[in-house]
Design a protein around this ligand. Sequence first.
Ligand SMILES: [Zn+2]
Ligand SMILES: [Zn+2]
Length: 178
Amino acid sequence: MKLDLREIASNVGKSYNYEIREECAESEDLRCTKPIVGSINFTNTGNLIVARGKLETEIELECSRCLEKLTIPVNVKIDEQLPIPVFQTAFVEQEDVDEEEEEPLFRDNVFDLSEYIRQVVLVEVPIQPLCSDTCKGLCPTCGTNLNQGLCNCPVDVEASPFAALASMLEEEDTEEKE
Ligand SMILES: [Zn+2]
Ligand SMILES: [Zn+2]
């Protein structure tokens, strides 16, 4: 969704509420399991449009230990300032505008809400998501998901630091052979 804020940009003090309801754009780095809902208010404060609001959704991730799918709720507070291009009128040739100076999400008084949402939700994605703080992960030897039950591998591997070291060295050996 791209919002045309031209009318707000040209009227100091003018304010506009927008109810957010978007399907998540599926991409490699982001998968939502719920629509993105929320609200955002745009207010012209003079030389800025202040955007405030909130949105929420739920995203699907993979546990970094056991690789099972998990969903986490995402709540984002929106607090942005969009500079109003002062000399930008219908009569100004757009070629004259310094492209690099422009805010890419807010161009020609049009706010790219979908792209903005994608970016703020992405920021909320944890680097190492966990299905649970107590996730036991996968057995390093056989790959069994240890949350679902024990495997037949020796259980004292973690108990003894020497055994753990030995298994680490073993892993390195197999990696080198590959
Ligand atoms: Zn897990
Ligand atoms: Zn195992």
